[in-house]
Every structure is written in C-alpha cells, then in structure tokens.
Design a protein around this ligand. Sequence first.
Ligand code: SF4
Ligand code: SF4
Ligand code: FES
Length: 225
Amino acid sequence: MKGITVTINGSQVSGREGMSILELARENGIDIPTLCYHQKLAPIGACRICVVEVEGSKTLVASCHTPIDPGMVIHTHSPKVIETRKAIVELLLASHPDSCFVCDKANICDLRKIAADLEIGLPRFRMRKHYYPIEDISPYVVRDLSKCILCRRCIRGCSEIARQNVFAIANRGFNSKVVVDCDQPINKDVCRDCDVCISLCPTGALSKASRVREAKKGKPLIITG
Ligand code: SF4
Ligand code: SF4
Ligand code: FES
C-alpha cells in the first residue's frame, strides 16, 4: 500500500492511503477527542468534536472522516481547535441534565471525560433542556433520552453490528430525537443478549436494564459498558 507523509504538530509521520487524520494521529500517540466516531462504526462526522486545523483549508475539518493527503500540515491542538472543541462541549452540556454526580455511567461517560480534559467549568451558554421520561419497560435496555447527545452511535451500531434497525432519527433541530417505531418506548425481543447500543453510547442515555434494576434494589452499580 502507498505510504503518505504528512506533518502533524510539527513532526513528519507516515500513514497509509485511505487512513483518516484521526487514525494517523492515534497511531502516533496524539489524542483527539471523539463522540460520534467509534472504531467499529462507519464515520459520519456529525459531532465535530474531533476538528483539527489543516493548513490551506478555510475551515476546521473533522479528523474522523477526513482522509490524509500527501504533504498535509495538520495541527490537532492549536488555540483555534481547542476553542472550537470547548464551545461544542459547552453547548452539549448546556442542554444536558445537571445529573453527572448521580449518573450511572459517570465513571465511563465520554462527554464528562472530554469536558474534564478540556477543563470546562460552568457553561457560558443558557439553553433549553430536554426532559424526556425514562423508558424502563424493556427487560434489556433502559433509555434516558434527556442525556442523549444525538451522536447516532446506537442507530448505527444496531444497524451495522446487531443487524437490526430498532432506532431512527425523528424531527429536526432542537426537537431531533432518536426514536423507536413511531416514538414508542423501547421494548423489543431482539434486544435480548445484545447490548450493542448500550456499549456504544458515550453518555448515560442507554443502560442495561438488569443493572439499573439491581441498583434500585440498593446493590452497588458498576457499569463498564
Ligand atoms: S440491544 Fe441490540 S437490537 Fe436492541 S436496540 Fe440495542 S443494538 Fe439494537
Ligand atoms: S442514545 Fe446514546 S448512542 Fe444513541 S444517539 Fe443518544 S447519546 Fe448517542
Ligand atoms: S468524532 Fe468526528 S465528527 Fe464526531
């Protein structure tokens, strides 16, 4: 396969044709945060948290779905990049419930980790929040869509990995929502022994029903995916 040489953060590195900037950066030990991207799923470039600066490009580019080109000069942590990532996370947090300290997934929540890494304090923005009722009818999956950041990892995982199509996106803008059927609470037999969407969700929006029910009985909750 053809080798491609690019410059990342001042160092020349070599990658392979078809590699994304994100893949090359990670291969070289450079940490770029991601939310909608997951290595098991096809990238869609939706959340923009992975943006980087490419010299000669008028706008920042999403590293997860931008392939490397010979001679590219890339900056993954320039002041402009960091400012943009912070603004994206602050906007997400501004419409997120203030429940991180009691969230079952707090110890593994990607959103919370990225916010801490970017040293984000109190949000600068005021935004409407969604308050959806918790869906806990299914014996397998509990959904709390108030915590959903619309990364679509559950939709893609269910379709690409589990080979089901339980989820879809409905509505636009602020009212966008991941729905099941005609916006019914999730309760599907195909979810038995699956957990694909739960393991892919980067926030506390999806949890294993059995673990949530154990926690309600007062048993310690240790969530790993
Ligand atoms: S548990 Fe599996 S089948 Fe059910 S919604 Fe999640 S990914 Fe789809
Ligand atoms: S439920 Fe989770 S995985 Fe699905 S879109 Fe929302 S945050 Fe992403
Ligand atoms: S991680 Fe690249 S756009 Fe979401």
